[in-house]
Design a protein around this ligand. Structure first.
Ligand code: ATP
Ligand code: MG
Length: 409
């Protein structure tokens, strides 16, 4: 992609009212645009990142037997009423006369349980797991942490169906492992924390928490064992398995998994016939990750005073190729254009800064956008390339032939 053709522009100005780093850098870099509090457009650059996050999640969901589908956002109140969730605080009701009976989807247990009640009849049809990556709507009272807390945001929600509690427990473990892997691939170190079930279940549930000062949650964890509890449920007496000293820190919840039991199976009459022809209730689980919140969390974790430092796995491009035009700008442009073509041919995602602006402006933008590698061509480099990793200070002068090898991992 040629930077001169971008729909978006970078900006030096800190957007008004945005105190969080993720909002400041993502807006200034042209990754997102604020529409209103908690509502953002994902601009082309941001969508490149979000798609990478989604695809990592997708790969790991498919690997544990999840089938992808897409449920509606506009959901009739009969669904919500059936499980007693039409009057929760977070639901947006349309308020339009003809559409008064609809709420915007803030989670989809009801919709999927109703569908499953028609499809699952026998023990032979269990277990099953389906997921979607879809926009959710929640009337969040405090939406001020950029894309960490949106009123409209993206969620991956997986739902699983089981013959008994043991099978749910087994799959809960499978999903826990898959989540760990997803967050590792996304560059996020997570703690698995116990918490309450909110409007979902009375059981304890588990959150995947990233320790970061930008987080709204307070968690208590032990650095020596796997003890971790959200402030909501923390009881000091419960920690007696080791000598580690419990620390309290701020953290961002990037994922949440729930054992739903039969709450929704009861409401939607979701039953199956076992081997002996006896009717049993289906046991459900539900498992969420917020890809937009994940994107914001990655920015909170990976940045410096100049901008974002994307991990390779989610970076919008791998290389930022920058030409610095001087007296003999024709020659520099030709060399750069050739390298641009070669990189594209080799399947490397490259952003080519071919704009007619100063070197300083180009370097500042490169730091703000945070692409892992910066490759500079100027008269000074005499056909060679000045290569620098965004995360490092060191600059290396290399031959064009070496470029591919240098940026491989
Ligand atoms: P929180 O406690 O932060 O409000 P939650 O417990 O309500 O989150 P879930 O209902 O379990 O969250 O949703 C699953 C995932 O969706 C969360 O782990 C988070 O990553 C994401 N998520 C939830 N609410 C929001 C939001 N308002 N904006 C962005 N992402 C969100
Ligand atoms: Mg919430």
């Amino acid at each position: 992609m040629r930077q001169s053709q971008f729909f978006t522009k970078t900006s030096k100005q800190i957007p008004e009212g945005e105190t969080s780093k993720n909002a400041q850098f993502l807006i200034r870099g042209g990754f997102i645009n604020k529409s209103s509090a908690g509502v953002y457009t994902i601009l082309p650059l941001g969508l490149r990142v979000l798609n990478k996050i989604n695809n990592i999640i997708r790969e790991e969901m498919n690997a544990i037997g999840g089938e992808e589908l897409l449920m509606p956002s506009l959901i009739h109140k009969k669904y919500w009423e059936q499980a007693g969730r039409w009057d929760v605080d977070v639901i947006y009701k349309t308020g339009i006369k003809e559409a008064n009976d609809y709420g915007l989807g803030w989670t989809h247990e009801e919709v999927i349980a109703e569908i499953a009640s028609h499809l699952i009849n026998s023990y032979k049809e269990l277990p099953r797991a389906v997921y979607q990556i879809q926009t959710k709507f929640r009337a969040e009272p405090r939406a001020q942490a950029g894309i960490l807390r949106g009123r409209e945001f993206l969620m991956k929600d997986l739902y699983s169906f089981h013959a008994d509690k043991e099978d749910l427990d087994r799959y809960y473990g499978v999903v826990t492992k898959a989540y760990k892997k997803i967050f590792e691939r996304l560059g996020l170190k997570t703690l698995v924390c116990e918490t309450g079930g909110g409007a979902f279940t009375k059981e304890y549930t588990h959150e995947f928490q990233v320790v970061n000062a930008a987080g709204e949650d307070t968690i208590y964890y032990c650095p020596k064992c796997d003890f971790c509890q959200n402030q909501e449920v923390y009881k000091p007496v419960m920690h007696k398995n080791c000598e580690g000293e419990i620390a309290s820190v701020k953290a961002i919840e990037v994922g949440n998994i729930f054992k739903l039991g039969t709450k929704f199976s009861d409401a939607f009459n979701l039953q199956y016939l076992d081997k002996d022809g006896k009717k049993n209730k289906v046991i459900m689980g539900s498992y969420g990750i917020g890809p937009t919140r994940v994107m914001g969390t990655i920015v909170e974790e990976y940045n410096d005073e100049k901008g974002i430092i994307w991990p390779q796995s989610v970076a919008p491009f791998r290389v930022h190729l920058i030409e610095i035009q001087g007296k003999d700008s024709d020659k520099v442009s030709k060399t750069a254009a050739k390298i641009y073509q070669d990189l594209q041919k080799a399947g490397v995602e490259v952003l080519y800064d071919d704009r007619n602006v100063s070197a300083g402006e180009k370097f500042n933008d490169a730091d703000l956008l945070g692409i892992p590698w910066r490759a500079v061509i100027s008269e000074k480099t005499k056909g060679k390339i000045e290569l620098k990793a965004r995360a490092e200070k060191k600059v290396k002068l290399i031959d064009a032939k070496q470029l591919l090898k240098e940026i491989k991992d």
